[in-house]
Design a protein. Structure first.
Length: 495
């Protein structure tokens, strides 16, 4: 966060000291010009700003903001009434609005008590207009020398400009910092720090404009569910984070695809070694790495599916090809880099949904086999979330199949954005199933509520097109010891 308490205090101290010196100067000017009411007021102001140094030290920032604003407004209003419009004091009544709103922003960003400053800004505008009307009917009782009026007008114009420029520059830095932070959060995985699937989607889109050869590999941590079930999900997070740190040190782009899956992508011409050698080297590095959590050491291995492609190829086909090779590796002993589908003399089937890129029904059936085996061995802990999309037929009928597909993809993205640590499956045309594992299992209540809120907000978005108003019914259930197989859990989650 750009703004923090320490920085806010330093800025507040700096302004208090500047205002203190300004009032010392004003005291001398009014004393020389025999404007006795303003001499007395500036004595008060000098004492006030010395006191504000203590106020900032005690972190009474709300009191500081309001009292400083009222002091400046009172001083400038009285100075204009007593010395006339040509003295230029009224300029600060308008220029102070930016400073007041900045004070409100500081309170909001620090999540501390704050006061809405808009009414104070309106007060400053009313006093600006009011003093003009007042002086139009009642001349000022004191007159300043023409040179003094000229100098004061220049001085107040410069001071207001410098303060407003300073505050606006801060707000520009704040906006830029916030945008960079938001962009990073949207494009990077929180746990591992690696780029996520949305970053990868943009990367693959940009590749289409290049005439180069690339390679892409999907990798999966072997027996990751067993690691979680045996050592706990905090240990699973440790493994994911450690692998992410090791991958981030490589010259090849690595993204977290979801759950325990990672995707590597590189340009063939820029690779110092062949894609296979790089992946096999990383596989061996993981295999030899000492994973230790809470004093317990355990082995970790990974399986890779490698696909090479040119920039003009369809990205869905590329990912599907690498995914199919990954599943061959998982079915053929694991801890291997698979570069061809027939290395063991066998074919394969696709485990990725061609439209949404999440796992398909075949992959879900494989997952069911694994979960049912774990249930029999009493070594599992998982949950099921079912998402049933609505209005698909209506979208298709009124807007065509292209918008229908866009509707399904958008609805799927909401699911993947919430459950980043679990596998998402498209089991029917209008149905998705999430198998809750890892951190998502423990955070399931909050995540499920977030998912429902996202669909609700989407459906109620009046600015969105009909095919962007995603509607869905969601159900959730978790495995307990009385369940004989996954179907029991599924029935409780079923809508």
């Amino acid at each position: 966060m750009f703004m923090n308490l320490k920085r806010a205090k330093l800025i507040s101290w700096g302004m208090a000291i500047c205002f203190l010196f300004i009032h010392i100067l004003m005291f001398n000017i009014f004393l020389q010009c025999n404007v006795s009411p303003m001499v007395r007021f500036n004595v008060f102001s000098i004492c006030f700003y010395i006191f504000t140094l203590f106020v900032v030290y005690k972190e009474w920032l709300v009191f500081y903001a309001v009292s400083v604003y009222l002091e400046v407004v009172a001083h400038m209003t009285l100075a204009v009434i007593l010395t006339g419009w040509n003295s230029g004091f009224q300029i600060t009544l308008l220029g102070l609005c930016i400073l007041a709103l900045y004070a409100e922003y500081t309170g909001r960003s620090l999540k501390r008590r704050y006061i809405r400053m808009m009414p104070f800004c309106l007060l400053g505008m009313l006093l600006y207009l009011g003093t003009y009307v007042y002086l139009h009917s009642y001349p000022a009782p004191f007159s300043l020398p023409e040179k003094v009026e000229f100098s004061l007008s220049l001085m107040w114009g410069t001071i207001v400009f410098v303060i407003d420029l300073f505050i606006l520059q801060i707000l520009v830095l704040v906006a830029n910092s916030s945008e960079e932070k938001l962009a990073y959060q949207l494009s990077h995985d929180k746990l591992t720090g690696l780029p996520n699937r949305y970053f990868l989607a943009d990367k693959l889109e940009s590749i289409k404009n290049e005439k180069e050869n690339y390679w892409l590999a999907i990798s999966d941590i072997d027996n990751f569910k067993k690691i979680n079930d045996t050592n706990g999900h905090n240990c699973g997070d440790y493994v994911l984070k450690t692998i992410g740190e090791l991958a981030a040190k490589k010259d090849i782009l690595c993204c977290r695809w979801g759950g325990e899956e990672f995707i590597f992508i590189g340009k063939t011409s820029e690779s110092k070694v062949t894609p296979y050698d790089f992946l096999d080297g990383f596989r061996k590095e993981i295999e030899k790495f000492t994973f230790e959590y809470q004093g317990k050491k355990f082995p970790v291995t990974m399986t890779f599916g490698l696909s090479t492609f040119s920039s003009d190829q369809n990205t869905d086909d590329i990912i599907r090809d690498a995914d199919e090779k990954l599943y061959i590796g998982k079915q053929s002993g694991k801890n291997i880099v698979v570069v061809t589908k027939d290395i063991f003399g066998q074919g394969t089937q696709s485990y990725q949904d061609s439209l949404t890129r999440v796992k398909n029904k075949s992959a879900y059936e494989k997952m069911l086999e694994s979960l049912n085996l774990d249930i029999q061995n009493h070594t599992t802990q998982f949950g099921i979330v079912i998402v049933k999309l609505q209005d698909i037929d209506t979208i298709s009928k009124e807007f065509g199949s292209e918008k229908r597909n866009e509707y399904i993809i958008g609805a799927c993205k909401l699911i993947c954005a919430v459950f980043v640590n679990s596998q998402v499956f498209r089991t029917k045309e209008d149905e998705f199933v999430v198998v809750l594992t890892n951190r998502d299992y423990y955070d399931r209540t909050g995540l499920f509520s977030d998912l429902q809120d996202k669909y609700r907000e989407s459906a109620e978005n009046t600015n969105a097109s009909p095919w962007q108003k995603y509607k869905a019914q969601c159900g959730m259930s978790v495995y307990n010891s009385t369940d004989s197989d996954v179907s029991d859990v599924f029935k409780r989650a079923e809508l």
